[in-house]
Design a protein around this ligand. Structure first.
Ligand code: FAD
Ligand code: ZN
Length: 472
């Protein structure tokens, strides 16, 4: 509503100003193109923007922001649009700043193990590029083929290998950010240790584009693992999964993924992807394990020894160990069915809550039962990166917004009671904004707003995401 009150500058005028800063063809008003920018993967209402700007350099990003700031024109930043929180979905009268053409890999330091990359580079392309040079970028998630490294930093993405390598925050050494007023803040640090005052990059990592636009990043690489093992385990209970992760963390230091799937998730995922069920018998909980190391024989032996012990003690009921890369892919396919499931269960409610491990089992039990009681005709699937206490819940299809809200109420109320966090990795965006108070105090929210108004005094950038603005 406020856009109307403030009187957004008209598009012709903005386009004229932007054309003076960007080369021809970088501002697009064609509705067919703009339609592809109408929203992310969430259920936030889609809006086709009137104009999409595609800057090709960090200075051009800064110039777009400066012009929007001077004209009081609101804009939303878009990376690969794979977000699940609606943060990149345009609101009425916002224009779009897309990072799609700011996507070069500028410099790979093969001695120090760092890479300087532009924000619009696709995660999977970056991973392949550094692997070809014998290095490894460990961030990995289902959206790897479309999400951008800038979007990964803006949401502080997690994914499958956090248990070993940490979230995006741990992988960013340096950052360049264009501020809403058009200043370019170049903080492209390349060294691991740097104690020189406030580490400003952390303000922008996880801020979901509310404070500035990430234009370039220096990322920390790891030596390329040359041996990996993968196994799918069937477990008698979730309690067994907690024991397994505890034991493996101690005795298998190369453990790099520990993904838990409750039976409904694995079975529905197999159904929608046309996969055969992995075991003859059904089990309540499944765990997909991965280790990454350098000695094939040693990795395989360590995994087998650990899993044999787990089978003997009854922690694991059955197991399939991959014998080849193709086998490993087949096992990962059960977990990777998430992309297909998100498409099939639309309109869905998707959650990425952080739940303390001791409370996890009861949480899944009680939330599952309540959702089943309220919505017996929908699917309610539980899975997650349980080594990090990060649980995903996917519930759908819910045709009415009221049902979606009811599901949110059930999940977030239970999260609050469990002392958990309402978002472990996808961010707040617009879809979780009203629930942020479950996880953050009034004092914290006030400070966030104060930082927002200091960096974006004209209120133009990603307004209305994460927290309600003062004047909203
Ligand atoms: P977008 O969706 O385009 O944007 C996300 C937010 O960041 C928006 O608020 C946007 O305004 C802002 N933004 C984007 N680029 C910039 C920039 N350069 N500067 C400032 N702000 C910016 N996430 C996980 O963490 N772990 C998972 O395991 C995971 N699995 C997923 C699986 C699937 C199948 C899908 C569809 C999504 C998954 N996600 C996961 C969510 C999503 O992929 C990540 O949040 C990803 O990091 C978003 O990147 P993006 O480039 O698509 O960002
Ligand atoms: Zn996830």
């Amino acid at each position: 509503m406020l856009d109307v009150v403030r009187g957004t500058a008209n598009l012709d005028h903005i386009e004229g100003a932007l054309n003076s800063a960007l080369a021809p063809g970088q501002n697009v008003r064609d509705p067919a193109t703009a339609q592809a920018h109408a929203g992310d993967w969430s259920e936030a209402p889609r809006t086709t923007p009137g104009l999409v700007a595609y800057p090709r350099t960090p200075n051009e990003v800064a110039a777009v922001l400066k012009i929007c700031s001077e004209h009081g024109q609101r804009l939303v930043v878009q990376g690969g649009l794979t977000g699940l929180a609606g943060g990149a979905t345009p609101m009425t009268s916002e224009i779009v700043l897309s990072l799609a053409r700011l996507n070069a890999i500028e410099d790979l330091d093969t001695v120090g193990g760092t890479v300087l990359v532009q924000a619009g580079a696709i995660l999977e392309e970056l991973a392949n590029h550094v692997e070809a040079a014998g290095w490894y970028f460990p961030l990995d998630l289902g959206a790897r083929g479309s999400c951008q490294v800038g979007g990964n930093a803006a949401t502080n993405a997690g994914g499958n290998r956090v248990i070993r390598f940490g979230t995006m925050r741990e992988l960013v050494l340096g950052l360049e950010v264009a501020l809403p007023d058009g200043r370019l803040l170049t903080m492209l640090n390349r060294v691991t240790k740097n104690t020189t005052g406030i580490d400003l990059k952390h303000l922008f990592i996880g801020a979901e584009g509310t404070l500035g636009v990430i234009t370039r990043l220096v990322l920390k690489l790891s030596p390329l693992p040359t041996a990996s093992t993968t196994a799918l385990c069937a477990l008698p209970s979730f309690d067994a999964a907690t024991r397994l992760v505890r034991d493996l963390r101690r005795s298998l230091p190369s453990l790099s993924a520990f993904e838990v799937m409750w039976a409904d998730y694995l079975e529905t995922g197999a159904e929608v992807c046309g996969l055969r069920l992995p075991f003859d018998d059904a089990h309540p909980v499944y765990v997909l394990l991965e280790t990454l190391g350098t000695d094939e024989h040693a990795e395989q032996t360590a995994l087998e020894t650990n899993l044999e012990a787990a089978l003997e003690s009854g922690v694991v009921a059955d197991v399939i160990i991959a014998k080849s890369l193709d086998d490993a892919k087949r096992l990962w396919a059960y977990r990777e069915s998430i992309g297909e499931l998100l498409g099939r269960l639309k309109p869905f409610a998707a959650f990425d809550v952080g739940i303390p491990m001791p409370a996890m089992d009861a949480f899944v039990e009680s939330v599952g039962a309540e959702l089943e009681r309220l919505f017996p005709n929908q699917r309610h699937l539980f899975f997650g990166h349980i080594g990090d206490g990060n649980l995903h819940v996917l519930s759908g299809p819910h045709e009415s917004p009221t049902s979606l809200h009811e599901v949110e109420r059930v999940v977030y109320a239970a999260t609050g009671r469990a002392g958990g966090s309402i978002s472990a990795e996808h961010g707040i965006g617009v879809v979780k904004k009203d629930f942020l108070h479950f996880s953050r105090s009034k004092e914290e929210l006030d400070l966030m707003r104060a930082i927002k108004s200091m960096l974006d005094p004209r209120g133009i950038l990603n307004v209305g995401r994460v927290f309600p603005e003062v004047d909203e």
